[in-house]
Design a protein. Structure first.
Lengths: 221, 517
């Protein structure tokens, strides 16, 4: 993954894009091969340390319902004993960054809207300033208006932070909007890597054309 | 209400047998004596009389106390301590010095021999165990078959053998009599009885059935006051089938000779008619001391003096029962929680170990609570004690907690479990900060179920002498006294409701607010 860039994993359902993400954060173990983080292979010994360098946001947000928005965001920082002052400043910074109203921080996830929950989830993922941010269809469950607003905010955030991002989606328009590089996957394998122009005009396989044509009707390039 | 007592002696013997027959070497194993039987209150040198949980035993205990007191020997009477096993163990352990018993019961349950031992044989065998018996007090409380006097006369039936030529007669027998070794089947064999129409019926209902002619013959006890009250005749046991249940006092040989001599003063002084009268009086007045005064009043009016019967006040008793009940249910629940939640965590992970844990808790739950108590009694550490009751309740309370913990944890959505992992929380932190709080509602509901079950089941603890609100319930059953039953049953029900209510309040404290939205 290129540092500071957004890589979008795209492909039909079941093509293995989420699995790849889950492999990176070691929610599942690879049958073969290895995963390197910062040039070092990820092993069970350093797995939790690596995980803290990776932010992970899923479609439903993955917020813990028994904790307030604030507690969700601060959970890891408290766990590893970060100074209170530092985390408070960081929280404020993140709330501004994600445009999350500070007065909603004491609320529980069930008291927040879907978009608000995803903002909290993003704050949680960014809390420890991770090297890598993994987003697994983070906007998939939102209605179009909220989705559009969040897309815009997300892109701004990535740019401002210079964040290395891996973004999973099955929506080509979203992929094009975010991607510095698009990785098209099918049946567990990478079919083609490149810009949308590469995919559009220099398809490596007939599947690439099929996939792109299937989502026609969207203004591409 | 004034049903007579003697069936209770049967029942009590039956409980004893129930425990003993399943427990070989019971006495070898159970050599220690439970601490709760130790009398903490009064004078160490006074003679302590015990009694079983039925009217006749209470009355005899009061009589013994009175005769010892009259002889200048300080004495006290510990009423209704339990069944044969508890009394015998208390006697062996020195917590009591003497108690009223029946020769047949001594032979079958204490000596585990056949019930037709003679009084001398019983005495010789007991001597080796450090115990002695008085000569029979004068009445034999055994089974008998009874009929309405009018019908018996009409059919010319006097003896059990006479029943042979009346195959049409209907028998209504107590369920216990139908099953006993000295009950219906061997009786039928011995007398070669032809009757086919034999039903099992409750003892007191049987008297009504007899009165209205639904049945012609039923089983009864020879000191049963109902026999006389209902104008029934006892059929002569002409083949001497029924064993002798001569009432005697069983005592420790180490008891003071003066005290033994005083008890022996009761030998041969109580015939069946007199015992029936005393039992009837005791049931009528619910005052055993008064009934025992009747015994002395009849014999020696000059010696009669106002008897001071100082009973424990009801609020005091209720407090004692309730505190013990809460102790039983509370301690066992605490153990269930301490053990059940970790087991539930293990079980939630599935796999072979998880299945074994859930399977074990499930099997324990299928054992009837009474049987579980009986199964624990022979184990070395347990015996007849509070800890046995707590252990049984603990095992009983385990399943709801294990299962609710396991389900609560398993029900956490995978995405949330993965989120906790992906955040980089250590396994311990995942459990404490995420999984357990999220499963708290389910875990708490399991604990609540256990608590309510425990409050109810703890009433059975009284069967093994562990006290609690079961004490008045069991006593009431044994004495056929509904008021006494309610004295335990109502507080137990109220307690269960209170516990439920307290847990509902606890929900608000323990379950995180975010889960209650």
């Amino acid at each position: 993954m290129e540092s500071g860039k957004t890589t979008v994993l795209i492909g039909p359902s079941g093509c293995g894009k989420s699995t790849l993400l889950r492999l990176i954060i070691r929610l599942i173990e690879p049958d073969s091969g290895s995963i390197e983080f910062d040039g070092k292979p990820v092993t069970p010994d350093n797995i939790n340390a690596s995980r803290r360098q990776i932010g992970y946001v899923i479609q439903e947000g993955g917020l813990f319902p028994h904790l307030t928005a604030r507690a969700n965001v601060l959970l890891m920082a408290r766990h590893i004993g970060k100074p209170e002052e530092e985390t408070r400043d960081r929280l404020q910074e993140l709330a501004e960054l994600t445009r999350f109203p500070q007065n909603l921080l004491p609320r529980y996830p069930l008291e927040l809207s879907g978009g608000q929950r995803q903002r909290v989830s993003l704050m949680r993922a960014l809390m420890l300033s991770p090297e890598l941010l993994l987003l697994d269809e983070p906007l998939g469950a939102l209605d179009p208006l909220v989705r559009a607003a969040l897309q815009k905010d997300l892109k701004e955030i990535f740019t401002r932070l210079g964040q290395t991002v891996v973004f999973v989606t099955h929506d080509l328009a979203e992929a094009i909007y975010f991607a510095d590089e698009i990785v098209l996957m099918n049946e567990g394998r990478i079919v083609q890597k490149g810009t949308i122009a590469d995919l559009r005009f220099r398809p490596a396989h007939s599947f690439v054309s099929d996939f792109i044509n299937a989502q026609r009707g969207i203004a591409i390039v | 209400m004034a049903r007579l007592s003697n069936q209770e002696s049967r029942r009590s013997r039956h409980y004893g047998r129930f425990l003993v027959s399943r427990i070989p070497n019971f006495f070898l194993i159970l050599s220690w004596v439970p601490a709760f039987l130790i009398n903490s209150s009064s004078a160490a040198e006074s003679v302590v009389i015990g009694s079983k949980k039925f009217t006749e035993s209470y009355v005899l205990g009061e009589i013994a106390k009175r005769i010892l007191t009259d002889a200048g020997i300080p004495s006290e009477h510990r009423q209704g301590m339990g069944g044969t096993i508890i009394l015998w163990e208390a006697l062996r352990g020195g917590q009591i010095d003497a108690y009223p018993e029946y020769t047949g019961t001594i032979a079958t349950e204490i000596l585990k021999s056949n019930s037709n031992m003679s009084v001398d044989q019983v005495r010789d065998s007991l001597e080796k165990l450090g115990a002695g018996i008085t000569a029979p007090l004068g009445f034999n409380n055994t089974y008998a078959l009874v009929m309405r006097r009018s019908e018996a006369q009409r059919l010319g039936i006097r003896r059990i053998s006479d029943l042979r030529i009346h195959p049409e007669l209907k028998f209504g027998l107590t369920h216990e009599f139908l099953e006993r070794q000295d009950g219906w089947n061997p009786l039928r064999e011995r007398y070669d009885l032809p009757q086919q129409s034999v039903i099992g019926i409750d003892h007191s209902l049987g008297y009504s059935a007899l009165a209205n002619g639904s049945i012609a013959v039923k089983d009864a006890y020879s000191t049963d006051a109902k026999v006389e009250q209902n104008d029934l005749v006892v059929l002569e046991d002409d083949l001497h089938f029924f064993p002798k249940y001569e009432a005697v006092f069983l005592f420790r040989l180490s008891m003071a000779a003066r005290a033994i001599a005083a008890l022996r003063g009761l030998e041969g002084t109580l015939d069946e008619k007199r015992m029936i009268g005393l039992n009837a009086e005791a049931e009528r007045t619910k005052d055993y001391a008064k009934a025992s005064d009747l015994y002395f009043g009849d014999r020696d009016v000059a010696a009669r003096r106002p008897h001071q019967y100082i009973g424990e006040s009801f609020p005091h008793k209720l407090t004692r029962w309730t505190l013990r009940h809460l102790q039983l249910a509370g301690l066992s629940l605490l153990l269930s929680v301490i053990v059940g939640i970790p087991f539930g965590i293990v079980a939630s992970r599935g796999g072979a170990v998880g299945h074994v844990v859930l399977g074990f808790a499930g099997i324990v739950q299928t054992i009837p609570s009474l049987a579980l108590l009986a199964l624990l009694v022979p184990l070395p550490f347990f015996g007849i004690s509070v800890r046995t009751a707590i252990a049984a309740l603990f095992l009983y309370g385990l399943l709801p907690i294990v299962r609710s913990t396991a389900t609560g944890l398993q029900d956490i959505p995978r995405s949330l479990r993965e989120s906790a992992v992906a955040l980089g929380l250590s396994p311990t932190a995942r459990l404490w900060e995420v999984y357990l709080p999220m499963a708290s509602r389910s875990i708490l509901s399991g604990i609540k179920t256990s608590a309510v079950i425990n409050i109810g089941t703890a009433t059975l603890a009284a069967l093994i002498g562990a006290g609690g609100l079961g004490e008045p319930i069991i006593s009431g059953l044994d004495l056929n006294d509904h008021v006494t039953i309610l004295e335990g049953a109502i507080p137990a029900a109220v307690l269960a409701l209170l516990v439920q209510w307290c847990f509902d309040l606890l929900d608000r404290v323990v379950i995180p607010k975010g889960l209650r939205l």
